[in-house]
Design a protein around this ligand. Sequence first.
Ligand code: NAD
Length: 283
Amino acid sequence: MLPFKIDLEEKVIVVTGGGGVLCSIFAEALAQCGAKIAILDLKEETAVKTADKISGNGGTAIGIAANVLEIESLEKAKKIINEKFGAVDILINGAGGNHPKGTTTKEYLYKEDLKDHSDITTFFDLDPKGIEFTFNLNFIGTLLPSQVFSKDMIDKEGACIINISSMNAYTPLTKIPAYSGAKAAVSNFTKWLAVHMSKVDIRVNAIAPGFFLTKQNEKLLLNDDGSFTERAEKIINQTPMERFGKPEELIGTLLWLVDNKASGFVNGITVPVDGGFSSYSGV
Ligand code: NAD
């Protein structure tokens, strides 16, 4: 499944959210290049499942329950990783996502919806807790693991951090103000951290995946008969390549960004992998 192989022999890589759809594929690809992978996820069973799959295919991995929003939980995970694998070389900050309470029902505010709207969430009904959850998970959940694991990386050859941003970081997507703002913060922080870490040789870059049809979002994008929903149609119409991405199409960018030989002078960028979505104005 790898588009090409890079040499990650003896590298220790932490993948947060590694039990999830995209990051489990990232973890498997990095393991195939010889790295020792620590999969961190809030859900222990999914972390262990990804690790077992890697081990079953001859790779080296452990699954650890950890919360990217709690320093103590991350420190505990780091201790296990250091004892089992040694010091961390690379961090993939994959844990992230949206919350329904930070999401409006409609794309636009209409006057008539203000009268009786118990069945929809307007801008005025957005719950600060939902907004806070989304900001924390994506931004604080990127900052804290970076604090904890980059301590190991200082002056280690080929050390790097990869954050996961999104299309909504460039131009906000309708309905999801919190997730859009949080991912914009992730892209911004990627630049900040790249500058901050430049004297201790830790490169920091990000990937901004476009739209990938996965089990998790298929209900939003596909009707029961397999046809596209209205939102899916809008996405496809805005994507010059006229299709959704396949998760494995992110792997080439990931391997390029973690490989010091290939991208050793690339620092502070967010790479869109989006079939042209973020370049197209719609006209
Ligand atoms: P996913 O929900 O399958 O994976 C996210 C994982 O993070 C889950 O396994 C979840 O248990 C874990 N997680 C949640 N909260 C956590 C916490 N507090 N501590 C530790 N782990 C936690 O999602 P995915 O689609 O694979 O997305 C992975 C990343 O890619 C996310 O940052 C997401 O925002 C981003 N992204 C996804 C898409 C897409 O199309 N799927 C597009 C753009 C960006």
